[in-house]
Design a protein around this ligand. Structure first.
Ligand SMILES: Cc1ncc(COP(=O)(O)O)c(C=O)c1O
Length: 406
């Protein structure tokens, strides 16, 4: 064969794997290269905004390394970590045993393991829109179809239960629920939560409960979805990334509900977990320290978030052409700008970045319609910096809308 040096092709699945939260950073780098300071409101990482990992967790990792826990851990995680997760589930109302827990590299790996075990080509998975983009990305990778159910900004971003019901087919393999929610900052009503769990039970569809923000609802921790109906096939996912301020450690867990209906899925997940050997072993020790130790940082964090959410809500609603639902958890808001016809959310967000250096993520990165004008803001910056940022956004938006409307 003649020698060829043409570009090596990538697998077709790569084109379906889109993660706007990080993809958009390439645009920000160009703006920085042109000499403008960029304010990164794209990534939900509390550490880059000055919040600190609790010292007793850092001590636990250090001690684990010094004590020699630097080899592979069991693929499901060390027993002490699985026991700590079990106690956490039970305390949140979800019956659990350590043999149904797998320690993962963040919530992300848990989600990937579960979806890989559950869905393949021809299968459908119900996910909320707006969605956290990992779900669409992983489904593109496993070849299953993401089927979007609405959450409604006019009702505080509550899920549209009739829409969920209407989308269930024999091909539905899982129902994803993100509560509290990224990107909307919503917490779901007790009624909606109960209805979702009962749907999963009735239709025998595994409910994937992404509960990574459960401790960051401003009014205090939210119980486990699984607690509402212990018979229902529910798996829960969480991590140390958000409520324990250690996103870079990539330390999380999944726990598979006690119903025998999920036994094969649990076995499938464990098989997949064997293939990647284990999660980060020293950090598993920190998981024990985190879940069994002092959590006083969480109340401080919630207070800081509540203050920032209030500023965010008030300032966006004071901008002509923008409306914003009040977040009740986490550090995200999803304002909406009334775009002139023919303009997309990406046009708006990129123009904002180039004009002001403020980097948000366009709503279509979370699967909303581009013309709907949603964008996501991470409000972890200090109140003073947020005030500056929202002034920049207000001035820019007035100019943007005036230029495009006339
Ligand atoms: C809803 C949701 N799920 C999962 C993740 C991934 O978190 P982790 O760092 O635990 O992988 C995030 C991170 O932003 C998230 O917002």
């Amino acid at each position: 064969m003649p020698r060829t040096s043409s570009a090596i092709p990538v697998a077709p699945r790569i084109s379906g794997f889109v993660y706007a939260i990080r993809n958009i950073v390439a645009e920000a780098r160009k703006v920085e290269a042109a000499g403008r300071k960029v304010r990164y409101l794209n990534i939900g990482d509390p550490i880059i905004f000055g919040f600190r990992t609790p010292p007793h967790m850092i001590d636990a990792v250090e001690r684990a390394m010094v004590d020699g826990f630097n080899g592979y851990a069991p693929s499901v995680g060390i027993l002490a970590a699985r026991e700590a997760v079990t106690a956490e589930c039970v305390q949140r109302g979800m019956p659990m045993t350590p043999d149904r827990v797998v320690i993962t590299s963040g919530t992300s790996e848990g989600i990937e393991l579960a979806l890989t075990a559950l869905a393949g080509p021809g299968d459908e998975v119900l996910i909320p829109v707006p969605t956290y983009p990992l779900y669409t990305a992983v489904l593109a990778k496993v070849g299953a179809r993401a089927v979007f159910y609405r959450t409604d900004p006019a009702r505080g971003w509550q899920p549209d239960l009739d829409h969920v019901r209407s989308l269930i087919t024999p091909a539905t393999r899982a129902l994803v629920v993100i509560d509290p929610n990224n990107p909307t900052g919503a917490t779901y009503s007790g009624e909606a939560r109960r209805a979702l769990v009962d749907l999963a039970d009735h239709h025998n569809i595994p409910l994937l409960a992404d509960e990574v923000y459960a401790d960051l609802a401003f009014d205090g921790p939210v119980g486990a979805l699984a607690a509402l109906n212990p018979e229902a096939p529910v798996m829960t996912f969480s991590s140390l990334s958000k409520a324990y301020l250690a996103p870079g450690w990539r330390m999380g867990w999944l726990a598979v509900g006690a119903t025998p209906r999920l036994d094969d899925v649990l076995a499938g997940i464990k098989k997949l977990a064997d293939g990647r050997l284990c999660s980060n072993a020293p950090m598993e020790h920190a998981l024990v320290a985190a879940l069994t130790g002092d959590r006083s940082h969480q109340q401080e964090f919630r207070n800081a978030l509540r203050e920032r959410a209030a500023i965010t809500h008030a300032r966006f609603n004071a901008i002509d052409g923008i409306s914003c639902v009040a977040p009740s958890a986490a550090f995200y808001a999803m304002p909406r700008v009334q775009l002139p016809p023919g303009t997309t959310d990406e046009d708006y967000v990129l123009a904002l970045l180039r004009a002001t250096g403020v980097l948000c993520v366009y709503g279509s990165g979370f699967a909303t319609a581009p013309e709907d004008g949603f964008f996501r803001v991470v409000f972890l910056a200090s109140p003073a910096e947020l005030a500056d940022i929202y002034t920049l956004i207000g001035t820019f938006t007035a100019e943007f809308l005036a230029a495009r409307t006339h």
